[in-house]
Design a binder for this molecule. Structure first.
Ligand SMILES: Nc1ncnc2c1ncn2[C@@H]1O[C@H](COP(=O)(O)OP(=O)(O)O)[C@@H](O)[C@H]1O
Ligand SMILES: [Mg+2]
Length: 319
């Protein structure tokens, strides 16, 4: 395969051509006599000078192009998810400096665009969940209530042989109603809209404890102040996913959820369990990744500390 041209090679080739051409012209004008030994000596000196010029040329060009190569390496190594990591080294070559600045601006724009579209998607998702939860609650639940009432009415004057069957059917319908309510609540906690963040998380912790048998408590500290709906949702969803992980993976006997507000308006949510822990890797699964994404979108950050045998602590910090 043909090697691709580099800047250095192109400039060198042009220089070689120029030098050889001027050497040729000079020897024509100077009327070198290649026959005489004096002419040959003069030509040798000239050729030596040309070679030296070339070597110096190569060294100088290499040095001049070094900042450009460094920048390319830097750009190739950039992680688009972490635009703040891009730090072009300070150079005093105008073009390279401008190239680095342009790239930094581009990265920032991509990150901004990505944030915007992700938060749009998440907002749309929450809206859709809210609608679904309402439909489940208002419509399907109403119909099931109707079924239960009808069964009750029928069982009054039904053949006693059928009474047992009817009772069973009623119990099933009632169970379906309860499952439906739980599902609707998971989809969109009406408590969050109706009562606010702390009661909503309180309810979540209580239900978690009832369903899993794991001892769970919510501690609140400081003032939370006015929170935007986006932030409330992020905090609620991180608590939800972290608790779901405790239920699914931890084998814990106790979990502590702490929500603390600092006077400067920053908020910290911590979910700590005493379970089996895990070797936390970069990124984690969908759940851990999703929590990180939610944190980032409201300007916060998520950290997961876990060691095998020592439990897990998930912390969401929003400045
Ligand atoms: N509280 C926890 N205790 C023990 N292991 C955990 C805990 N939270 C997460 N993990 C581990 O981290 C992995 C990734 O979690 P997550 O991203 O939520 O994915 P998922 O829950 O779908 O498996 C889990 O599969 C589990 O092995
Ligand atoms: Mg999970």
């Amino acid at each position: 395969m043909r090697q691709r041209d580099t800047f250095i090679r192109q400039v060198l080739a042009a220089n070689v051509l120029l030098i050889v051409a001027s050497l040729f012209a000079a020897s024509l004008v100077g009327g070198f006599d290649f026959g005489s030994s004096e002419g040959r000596n003069q030509f040798l000196v000239l050729a030596l000078a040309v070679s030296l010029t070339l070597v110096v040329n190569i060294v100088v060009l290499r040095r001049r192009f070094k900042p450009l190569e460094n920048l390319i390496e830097e750009i190739e190594g950039v992680d688009p998810a972490k635009p703040e990591d891009f730090q072009a080294e300070r150079v005093d070559v105008e073009e390279v400096r401008r190239l680095a600045a342009a790239f930094a601006v581009l990265l920032e724009r991509i990150a901004g665009e990505r944030n915007r579209s992700t938060s749009l998607v998440m907002r749309a998702q929450e809206e859709e969940r809210k609608r679904l939860a309402r439909d489940l609650h208002d419509q399907v639940n109403q119909s099931l209530t109707g079924v239960v009432l009808r069964l009750q009415a029928i069982s009054h004057d039904a053949d006693p042989k059928l009474a047992g069957e009817l009772l069973e059917a009623k119990a099933l319908a009632t169970q379906a109603m309860e499952e439906l309510i739980t599902l609707a609540r998971q989809l969109r906690p009406t408590a969050l809209d109706d009562h606010g963040l702390v009661p909503a998380i309180g309810g979540q912790v209580r239900r978690f404890s009832e369903q899993t048998g794991i001892e769970a408590e919510l501690l609140t500290r400081g003032e939370l102040g006015e929170l935007t709906p986006d932030r409330e949702t992020a905090i609620y969803r991180v608590a939800q996913e972290a608790l779901a992980n405790v239920a699914r993976h931890s084998d814990a006997s106790k979990v502590e959820v702490a929500l603390a507000g600092a006077p400067n308006g920053s908020i910290a949510l911590t979910i700590r369990d005493d379970g089996r822990g895990f070797a936390a890797r970069d990124g984690g699964g969908m759940g851990l990744g999703g929590m990180g994404e939610r944190a980032r979108l409201v300007g916060g950050e998520l950290s997961v500390e876990s060691h095998v045998g020592e439990g897990t602590r998930v912390t969401l910090r929003i400045p």
